[in-house]
Design a binder for this molecule. Structure first.
Ligand SMILES: Nc1ncnc2c1ncn2[C@@H]1O[C@H](COP(=O)(O)OP(=O)(O)OP(=O)(O)O)[C@@H](O)[C@H]1O
Length: 252
């Protein structure tokens, strides 16, 4: 596809003897929301993590095949992983703000990348918090600890923290599963806004959420990518019997 930003070809991943990803090939389009669905243990998180090399440090991991980000091989030994993770940000299931002020949470990444100027940092902090739809809620308490916020607010801080380094892609691993329905709905609205500027790949257990927010959907089963296509098509007219069984609740 012309608008492909991330491409996996013949990707296999082994955790020791466990073959967790089996010959996965997929082209993920730019500035769309792509959801990864499938039963527990099917390899969704593993696949997500291979996209920004978060599996590298797991002992016993072996990876074959190719992952390309904008045409560059992610697993090339000359690739700078810090650069890659600046381009491809990650938001996790459990909100994990750093134990520091709201301001410092957001400024942390830019400072690491060498931004020292106070007014520049102030701008980045404000824009990132606005981008994550939480500025109004925290603008009067920027110097207070991020740990004093609610779970849903903390998750938006984590999204703002990811946005602060101006990534190209946001990966979200079940980013709303620990949140209440109102916070979840705020983050879903936010994802819909963010796709104007970013490519988003989400792992979700929630099929309604996949249908609500994703343009493309990938169904995994036992480490295999069974079906990938437009979300509306995949849920209304799945091509594979196994997809149909899963989305109609016959297993998993
Ligand atoms: N660090 C690890 N070491 C060994 N095996 C692992 C590790 N992480 C995952 N696995 C195994 O790899 C397979 C895929 O796991 P993964 O977490 O990617 O699935 P998932 O679809 O994201 O599951 P869930 O929806 O429950 O989070 C499972 O069999 C799991 O037990």
């Amino acid at each position: 596809m012309d608008d492909t930003i991330l491409s996996a070809q013949g990707l296999n991943l082994y955790y020791g003897p466990t073959h967790a990803l089996k010959d996965v090939s997929i082209d993920i389009p730019e500035k769309k929301v792509t959801s990864l669905i499938g039963p527990s243990g099917c390899g969704k998180s593993t696949f997500l993590k291979t996209l920004d090399r978060m599996n590298d440090l797991v002992p016993g991991v072996r990876i074959t095949g190719s992952v390309k980000y904008r045409g560059r091989e992610v697993y090339d030994s000359s690739l700078d992983v810090t650069w890659l993770r600046k381009q491809i940000g990650m938001v996790f299931q459990k909100p994990n703000p750093f134990p520091m002020s709201i301001y410092d949470n957001i400024a942390y990444g830019p400072r690491t990348h060498g931004v020292k100027n106070k007014s520049k940092l102030d701008d980045i902090v404000e824009n990132s918090l606005r981008g994550a739809a939480i500025w109004d809620e925290v603008k009067d308490r920027l110097k207070k600890s991020a740990l004093g916020l609610s779970g849903g607010q903390q998750q938006r801080i984590c999204i703002a923290r990811a946005l602060a380094v101006e990534p190209d892609i946001l990966l979200m691993d079940e980013a709303t599963s620990a949140l209440d329905p109102i916070s979840t709905s705020k983050i879903e609205d936010l994802i819909a806004d963010l796709k104007q500027d970013y490519t988003i790949v989400i792992v979700t257990h929630n099929m309604q959420q996949a249908t609500r927010i994703s343009d493309q959907c990938a169904f995994f089963l036992l480490g295999e990518l069974i079906e990938f296509g437009e979300t509306t098509q995949l849920f209304s007219m799945p091509k594979d019997k196994r997809t149909e069984d899963y989305i109609t609740g016959r297993f998993g």
